[in-house]
Design a protein around this ligand. Structure first.
Ligand SMILES: NC(=O)C[C@H](N)C(=O)O
Length: 322
């Protein structure tokens, strides 16, 4: 039988109402497993390194998870990780950066909890189990499976705060898993680009994100650079910031990465006015390419923990989005 490991980390898929009000991740992993009889087709091993709402997940939790995946991979045909949806894409990207593509991992979660009439947990778990163990998935790196869509970990993002179909991203899904009435059918349209896996010793470097807005004069940049190991700025458009921000990052000894706050597209050195991305490049900033600010932060954490120089960081950011 196909050997499947399920790693439960919390999130709405593991949540139920709590006495203090609202819902929180408190359910036993067995509740979810029992809700999906199809898991009887697999030899299962069940793991729960922590049980957290995903806003409580830190990069160090991601690193623990990555080590657990490495431990389980040799004895399983696929690994599913259940996770809260709020930071699922950050964990998926950490795994994308730190696992070799042969390791078959699929992350999933749910938008409704088990006591709501439309609980999407079992269906999403089923899709993730099919994708994680399917021979066609091998070599595609960590995947995110949600509502039948299969996404690669680099481009996927949460696009809606409540809808069941809450994951998307640019350019979109790379595959689709459905039931044909007798069993699963998985199709791929695309293969994610991969790179060599980084092997960071830990993930506890401190990187902050600042978000640009019209009229920002760079309040907080100096303090953020003082207390952190590096900074990511979610800049406007192709990577531009108000003129006042330029002198604050110029010649910084800490790495400053520039991403775009738009939902898709790269940063590019088009504009040469003060604060235009061309001037930020001249000031020593590192382009995040197509990465969102929160994914650029994950990559910067990995590179800092490896002790990369600024030139090596520039190169790594280029290669992650080849
Ligand atoms: N749908 C969810 O899982 C959201 C939840 N707040 C979490 O990320 O843990």
């Amino acid at each position: 039988m196909t050997r499947l490991a399920i790693i439960h980390t919390g999130g709405t898929i593991a949540s139920k109402p709590v006495a203090s009000g609202g819902v929180a991740p408190q359910a036993s992993p067995l509740d979810l497993i029992q809700a999906l009889p199809e898991l009887g087709d697999y030899t299962l091993s069940v793991h729960q390194p922590y049980q957290l709402p995903s806003p409580h997940i830190t990069p160090q939790h991601m690193h623990t998870l990555r080590n657990l995946v490495l431990e389980l991979a040799p004895n399983h045909d696929g690994i599913v990780i259940t996770h809260g949806t709020d930071t699922l894409e950050e964990t998926a990207f950490y795994l994308h950066l730190t696992l070799r593509e042969e390791v078959s991992v699929a992350l999933t979660g749910s938008m409704r909890h088990a006591l709501e009439p439309s609980w999407d947990g079992p269906g999403n778990l089923w899709g993730a189990a099919v994708a994680a163990t399917h021979p066609l998935s091998r070599g595609r790196g960590p995947l995110v499976v949600f509502g039948g869509d299969v996404f690669d970990a680099r481009t996927v993002t949460k696009t809606h705060s409540t809808a069941l179909d809450s994951f998307g991203g640019y350019p979109g899904p790379i595959g689709r898993v459905d039931s044909n009435g007798r069993g699963p059918e998985l199709h791929y349209f695309n293969k994610p680009e991969r790179m060599q896996a980084f092997d960071p010793p830990h993930a506890d470097t401190h990187v902050e994100i600042m978000y640009t807005y019209a009229g920002w004069k760079g309040e907080g940049v100096k303090e953020a650079l003082e207390r952190s190991d590096g900074l990511v700025i979610a800049a406007m458009g192709t990577g531009n910031v108000p003129a006042e921000v330029l002198p604050l990052v110029e010649g910084s000894t800490k790495p400053v990465v520039i991403a775009t706050r738009t939902h898709a597209g790269p940063v590019l050195p088009v504009y040469g006015y003060p604060g235009g991305f061309r001037t930020l490049l001249d000031a020593g900033c590192i382009p995040a390419s197509f990465l969102s600010a929160h994914k650029a932060r994950i990559l910067l954490i990995v590179l800092l923990s490896l002790g990369y120089s600024r030139a090596q960081m520039m190169d790594a950011f280029k290669r992650v989005v080849a």
